[in-house]
Design a protein around this ligand. Structure first.
Ligand SMILES: [Zn+2]
Length: 376
């Protein structure tokens, strides 16, 4: 089964790549592809949410009372949106532009809100979808790593496609009550948190799955993905309390960096960032920035391993810049590493992984090296 993800132009390239990589890290018969083009959305409609209650309501169903308060937005809140048909047409356009076969699945990922305020929906073809990629902080708190709810929604829509013949059939079976099943309607959008915590289907839905004789390989890939997402969410929540970091695994010749307890998330660093980060991982005792020059051989060895440059003079120049204390290059590298780390592990666990130290003093990564595993 081929699943194509199309990035709507307002969605960040980084988030898009992160979602794609997360989905790809769970192996099975579903292959995820990045759509070659981006979709540009225009002719937007505008609406205003007077209160938070209105905003959290999925239409056209009546709302529940809201017990928990979070102030992610202020109300009244004006936003742009479009109708469902508009999003599905973007999927058709992508199919035509890129010759995507009608049997493949196409997901448009967009920050733009939709007419009924849903997290996502399936089009009349049963193979075109859109997923709303913004506002997750409102439900999960501003620390949320949004690739998880987005990847969860994508997986769950594929499950629904497998279970139900079309949207009408889906709407007939969707649960109005909240059971912690992937097919709960979640009229209060905050109930989505419960769905993701259970990462499961109820017995009624399992019966449908059995009757439809869905390929076990497909299902196991989808459930592995949702389990991975759930484990990540709960690891983070426990992490806040017990303050335990995830293990780091460095894999292969390229030494790709994975947080194994965070649903196997990859920390994607460019060659310079990776050189500096792995250098500091190798030096738990810490090294002041001004002394990096003394480690030129080791840093050069690492950089040559990760860079795409092949010209020796270019490589030497890049290394010179990294190590020159008068050049700002190293500070830019350090701040980019910090930003990427923060996006991956969140604020509360950041101190374990970041390279830090007093100005002018030794910099180090404080993570206990027992949490680091090098895998060839
Ligand atoms: Zn169910």
């Amino acid at each position: 089964m081929n699943v194509h993800l199309i990035r709507s132009s307002e969605l960040s390239v980084e988030t898009f790549a992160n979602v794609l990589n997360l989905l790809k890290s769970f192996r099975g018969p579903i292959e995820y592809h990045s759509g070659e083009s981006e979709a540009t959305l225009n002719e937007l409609l505008t609406r205003t949410w007077e209160t938070e209650k209105d905003f959290q309501r999925k239409m056209p169903f009546p709302q529940f009372s809201i017990s928990e308060k979070r102030s992610f937005f202020s109300f009244p809140r004006e936003e742009n949106y479009q109708n469902w048909q508009y999003f599905f047409e973007k999927c058709y356009e992508a199919r035509e532009d890129w010759f995507i076969p009608s049997t493949d699945h196409v997901f448009l990922l967009t920050d733009l809100a939709n007419e009924r305020n849903w997290f996502g929906a399936m089009g009349p073809s049963g193979r075109d979808y859109f997923i709303h990629t913004a506002d997750w902080g409102h439900y999960f708190g501003s620390q949320v790593d949004i690739r998880f709810p987005i990847a969860y929604e994508i997986s769950m829509w594929i499950v629904r496609h497998l279970m139900f013949s079309d949207t009408e059939n889906y709407v007939q079976h969707v649960h109005q009550d909240t059971r912690g099943c992937g097919n709960d309607f979640c009229r209060n959008k905050k109930d989505i948190i419960l769905k993701m915590r259970t990462a499961d289907l109820c017995s009624d839905c399992m019966e449908i799955v059995e009757k439809r004789k869905i390929s076990p390989l497909l299902l196991s890939q989808l459930f592995d993905t949702m389990d991975g997402i759930r484990n990540n969410l709960s690891f983070r929540e426990r992490g806040k309390v017990i303050q335990q970091p995830s293990k780091l695994e460095l894999r292969g010749y390229q030494q790709r960096i994975f947080f194994t307890d965070f649903g196997d998330l990859e920390l994607r660093l460019n060659p310079k960032e990776k050189t500096i980060y792995l250098f500091y991982l190798r030096h738990p005792e810490g090294v002041p920035l001004v002394l990096l020059q003394d480690y030129r051989d080791e840093i050069g060895m690492l950089y040559r391993r990760y860079t795409n440059q092949s010209e020796p003079s270019e490589i030497a120049q890049s290394i010179d810049r990294m190590l020159d204390p008068r050049d700002n290059d190293i500070n830019v590298i350090l701040s980019r590493i910090k930003k990427k780390l923060k996006n991956t592990v969140g604020e509360s666990l950041l101190p374990y992984y970041q390279i830090e130290g007093e100005h002018g003093g030794a910099k180090r990564i404080t993570l206990d090296r027992e949490f680091v595993k090098w895998v060839e």
